[in-house]
Design a protein around this ligand. Structure first.
Ligand code: FES
Length: 168
């Protein structure tokens, strides 16, 4: 390493003898430590999401809720709506065929990304980690989601679409 001429070194440098190359250098051990801490933090946050879902499962929906008129959602399209209870839950209504409707919670069962219906494939897709659900049943078809999408029962009353808790 190149030594500086002691005659040319300003006073402040001799008082604080830190070389800028050394100060900004991150060695392999420090980088590995940083990656380890980052992975630990990510694992903790994922664990927190799972624990929250287990400790505070969503409460069953009470009564029927009006969503829209059947003419508002053409065949092959989806309609987003939410129901307010002790918390606001996002749902999607899917018009599969003329008289076939489905309603699912719109939160992926993996890490809660918003899912969407893809009419070309007749599947529900989660764009975060490419999880796929059956648009008819909500079952997991592919990817990391651990559970099917929670489903609501759809009731069509003279052209008005309502949802209610699924009968078990
Ligand atoms: S959040 Fe949906 S697959 Fe990961």
């Amino acid at each position: 390493m190149e030594q500086e001429d002691p005659e040319k070194i300003p006073n402040w440098k001799s008082d604080f003898p830190i070389q800028s190359k050394k100060a900004s250098h991150v060695n392999r051990r420090e980088f590995a430590k940083f990656l380890g801490l980052l992975s630990g933090a990510l694992a903790l946050s994922n664990g927190g999401i799972v624990i929250k879902a287990i400790a505070f499962p969503s409460k069953p929906l009470e009564g029927e809720h009006f969503v829209c008129h059947e003419n508002d959602v053409p065949v092959g399209k989806m309609f987003q709506f939410s129901i307010e209870g002790n918390k606001v839950v996002p749902y999607m209504l899917i018009h599969l065929e003329n008289t076939e409707w489905r309603a699912f919670e719109q939160k992926c069962t993996h890490l809660s990304c918003a899912v969407r219906y893809i009419d070309d494939t007749k599947r529900i897709e989660c764009p975060c980690h490419h999880g796929y659900f059956d648009a008819d049943t909500g079952e997991v078809l592919q990817g990391p989601p651990p559970r099917p999408l929670p489903q609501l029962e759809v009731v069509n009353k003279e052209g008005k679409i309502y949802v209610k808790e699924m009968k078990s």
